[in-house]
Write a protein that binds this ligand. Structure first.
Ligand SMILES: NC(=O)c1ccc[n+]([C@@H]2O[C@H](COP(=O)([O-])OP(=O)(O)OC[C@H]3O[C@@H](n4cnc5c(N)ncnc54)[C@H](O)[C@@H]3O)[C@@H](O)[C@H]2O)c1
Length: 319
């Protein structure tokens, strides 16, 4: 098979991460175009891989005819770009959040389903090795019955108040839809489908949207989730902690190890190795392999819809 022709739309921070990730799979794909309304941003990234740069993504899709794209624009453009790809039968790897609302996400998923092309939402934590190790440990039953999950993503976000991230019309909301969207996906990957969700939010900065949020979830199987996120706390923290009836486990994104776990009676933590490429590289490789073999992506349109149902319920509950 020849290399899959891939284009990237949105040449900002995450567009760069996708570009680097595809670079690790050079035998599987070739970057054929990069589009950004800021043409200089597209040109700077295109120069790295010697491909064409465009200011208009529709023109790029027609001219370079990619087989697959990464949507790396702000959320207000996820639906229109996906619809343009669907109309041309192009496979899509779409950044989180899936879109600004559940209705937009449904329209995006429907358009892609009608096209017959693949849709993968970029819930990248599914490809983080310690999260996969946690899924395996839970499946093995060694932690006993899973009872509770705690997750925190906290940091001081320099772009809050100075970018589209805090403009409701573009982002669809604040940290709940931007960051807790990852937390909900991680909770679903570890505990299964969400049954109930209640949110609390607050805003410390002079911005339109919430900069801190907590979610209390229960899963269909009765697992309780406490998920907290903030853009205004200075100590960077990214942790998922699981408690079962026979032990507990921790994924610390800032730590040197993979999954750490301790069973009833253990005096010390068991440390798992962390030796795989980063999650963005693995995510891109999975997308390309699904295209190559005609397989369904691990993170499907239905996963995007399930997460957005929780987000929508959470926002309704605090309205
Ligand atoms: N998976 C993750 O961990 C992660 C991390 C950061 C951002 N993201 C997501 O990635 C997306 C982009 O975020 P970012 O941090 O790269 O933002 P960014 O502002 O750095 O980059 C976005 C780029 O999109 C371009 N753009 C805007 N409208 C466009 C249009 N109509 N056509 C073409 N280009 C357009 C902008 O000019 C900008 O260069 C968002 O959905 C964000 O939530 C995901």
């Amino acid at each position: 098979m020849t290399q899959i022709r891939v284009a990237i739309i949105g040449a900002g921070g995450i567009g760069g991460a996708h570009l680097n990730a595809y670079g690790a799979w050079a035998s599987l794909c070739q970057i054929v175009g990069i589009a950004d309304v800021q043409l200089e941003a597209a040109q700077a990234k295109a120069a790295q891989v010697d491909c064409a740069a465009f200011a208009d993504y529709g023109q790029m899709l027609d001219e370079v005819q990619p087989e697959a794209i990464s949507i790396c624009t702000p959320p207000n453009m996820h639906l229109p770009v996906a619809q343009a790809a669907a109309a041309r039968g192009i496979h899509v790897l779409c950044e989180k959040p899936p879109a600004r609302t559940l209705a937009e996400t449904q329209a995006l998923v429907d358009a892609m389903a009608q096209s017959g092309a693949l849709l993968q939402f970029a819930f990248c934590h599914r490809f983080h090795q310690p999260i996969v190790q946690a899924q395996d440990l839970l499946k093995s039953g060694r932690l006993g019955q899973l009872v509770q999950i705690e997750n925190r993503f906290g940091f001081r976000f320099a772009r809050a108040g100075h970018s589209w991230f805090t403009e409701r019309e573009i982002a669809g909301g604040g940290i709940l839809i931007d960051t807790l969207v990852h937390s909900i996906d991680i909770f679903r990957a570890l505990a299964g489908e969400v049954r109930t969700a209640a949110a609390a939010v607050s805003t410390t900065l002079p911005i339109q949207v919430e900069d801190s949020a907590s979610l209390l979830l229960t899963s269909e199987s009765g697992v309780i989730g406490t998920l907290t996120c903030s853009w205004v706390t200075p100590v960077s923290e990214a942790k998922v902690r699981m408690y079962g009836t026979e032990g507990e486990a921790v994924v610390d994104y800032n730590g040197p190890h993979g999954l750490c776990y301790r069973l009833a009676g253990d005096d010390t933590w068991n440390l798992m190795p962390f030796d795989q490429p980063d999650r963005f590289t693995l995510q891109a490789g999975h997308f390309l392999e699904c295209i190559k073999f005609g397989a369904q992506p691990l993170v499907s349109g239905q996963d995007g819809l399930a997460v957005m149902r929780v987000i929508e319920d959470a926002y309704k509950g605090i309205a």
